[in-house]
Design a protein around this ligand. Sequence first.
Ligand code: ADP
Ligand code: MG
Length: 216
Amino acid sequence: MSRQVPVDLKLARAWIGELTTAVASEKDHLTALDAAIGDADHGVNLNRGFTAVTGKLDGPDAPTSPGKLLMLVGRTLISTVGGASGPLYGTAFREMGKSLGDESAVDDAAFVAAVRAGLDGVRRLGAAAEGDKTMVDAYAPALAALEEAVGAGHPLATAVKSAAHAADDGARATVPLQARKGRASYLGARSVGHQDPGATSTALLFAALQRAVEGS
Ligand code: ADP
Ligand code: MG
């Protein structure tokens, strides 16, 4: 169990592959959540983005390091997803990729720093705090769990499992919140009682990471 899992190109590809599959199979659910408090496009938006990503992962220009791969994911999401979530997820992946640099493999601490850089990017762009009923409500507790577990010396597989649970709990905990950012905030008190679509897709992102690490 304490076997080290390198964060390398293979793991990054597995993560994005798992996430692409999850977004495709949860597309209708994400869109239904967005129909309740937004404009019913979140699943469709993300699925378009990750389908475009898949088309760029092979061929002569395929990325050659985990950092380059995540930067490509970020750029592709920015140019294809649209809405609020395209620039936000795009920035998260771009910042993660930038933070990883061009190393062929990084250690757990460098990976955690990259995940933090992703959240910092989302916060800089979207200015959402925890409790505003956005993707930050899943991302921030996932990062905290990841940092705590890696800081305590646990293997990456344990740390990402804990992060995935925290993201899922965070997404569920958006149900009673009133939205203070994004389209859902226009509904005021009527946004209460619904799970935030972006927090839900962020939980998919961390669950995909868990599966990628477990499978490596
Ligand atoms: P749009 O709202 O433009 O239709 P999407 O439906 O794709 O975009 O994404 C909606 C999700 O984006 C919300 O559920 C929320 O989690 C997230 N979101 C919106 N605004 C912000 C923000 N300022 N910061 C962080 N996340 C946000
Ligand atoms: Mg929407």
